[in-house]
Each structure stands twice: as structure tokens, then as C-alpha cells.
Write a protein that binds this ligand. Structure first.
Ligand code: ADP
Length: 142
């Protein structure tokens, strides 16, 4: 049913998203879907703070994220699944919604939130993606 699936991954919290990754892999294997695995390097809005970082830090952070994402996918996604790696830079939920549109994904699969924030049923990015995405969204709870 879904030829293209977006799997947004927070590389700072890879273990907390294990169930979402499993769900995405199962879908991809069952239906031959392509997995577009996205990580977003968040934007620094404070120019005062950013002024203390070395020049080019954002480009370097994107490069480091690209390497980490390849590493993560190599370990978490079986070789038979077709994977596209995407690294974006900006506002997290915005980039997730944009990537879903640009890749023509019919489904986004993501974890609800970090377990330590369990007072909230939905984390801030998960909630915004549900509200703003034009495609289907599967929220996987632990
Ligand atoms: P929390 O603040 O508890 O982590 P979020 O809503 O930010 O809650 O996280 C839920 C999901 O949002 C994550 O499992 C992941 O799918 C997505 N997400 C969060 N941060 C990023 C990021 N930097 N890049 C890609 N996806 C992210």
C-alpha cells in the first residue's frame, strides 16, 4: 500500500526508536517499500550563541550526521531493504513534513517521544508532524 515510507530518526536517541524502526522494516519487507531515513540537524536560532562556534560548524554537523546516519542504517536495517539516506538542516518537524512531500512518501513512521518524557503522550515533533503532514502518520509507542 505504501511504496515509499519516511522514517525520521533522532540520532541522539537511537535506542528509543527501536520499535519504530522495526515497524518500518516490517512494512518495507512485507510490501517491498523504499525506506527514506531522515535525520535533521536542528537549526541554531540564536545568533549570539552561534557566534561562539567555529566557522562552518553547521556544514560540519551535517557531514557528521550523514556519517552517523549511514552507520545507523547499516546496523538497524537489513540489507534487502532499499534505503535512501536524507540529512536535512532546519526546524525538525518542518523538515520531516517537507521530506515526506519531496520523496512522495505515503506514510511516516516515528516514535511518539523519549521514554523519560512519558508524562506527555506525544513529543513536540511527533505532535506537529501529525498535525501538519498531508500523508498518513504511524506513531509507534513503546
Ligand atoms: P521527544 O522530545 O520526546 O524526543 P519528539 O517528538 O522530538 O519527542 O520525538 C519523536 C520522534 O520525532 C522521534 O522518534 C523521531 O522520529 C522524530 N525526531 C525527533 N528529533 C529528530 C531529528 N533531529 N531528526 C529526525 N527526526 C527526529
Amino acid at each position: 500500500m505504501f511504496a515509499d515510507i519516511l522514517l525520521p530518526i533522532d540520532l541522539n536517541e537511537p535506542d528509543t526508536q527501536a520499535r519504530a524502526v522495526t515497524a518500518a522494516v516490517e512494512q518495507a519487507e512485507a510490501f517491498g517499500s523504499r525506506l527514506h531515513v531522515l535525520t535533521v540537524v536542528p537549526e541554531f536560532n540564536s545568533s549570539i550563541v552561534a557566534g561562539f562556534f567555529p566557522e562552518n560548524f553547521e556544514a560540519r554537523a551535517v557531514e557528521a550526521a550523514r556519517e552517523q546516519l549511514h552507520d545507523f542504517c547499516g546496523k538497524a536495517i537489513p540489507a534487502g531493504v532499499q534505503v535512501q539516506h536524507i540529512v536535512a538542516h532546519g526546524s525538525i518537524y518542518n523538515e520531516i513534513v517537507k521530506a515526506a512531500e519531496e520523496t512522495g512518501c505515503g506514510l511516516i513512521i516515528m516514535a511518539s517521544h523519549r521514554p523519560e518524557l512519558s508524562d506527555f503522550l506525544l513529543g513536540p515533533n511527533a505532535a506537529r508532524v501529525v498535525r501538519h503532514a498531508a500523508c498518513s502518520v504511524m506513531i509507534v509507542r513503546d
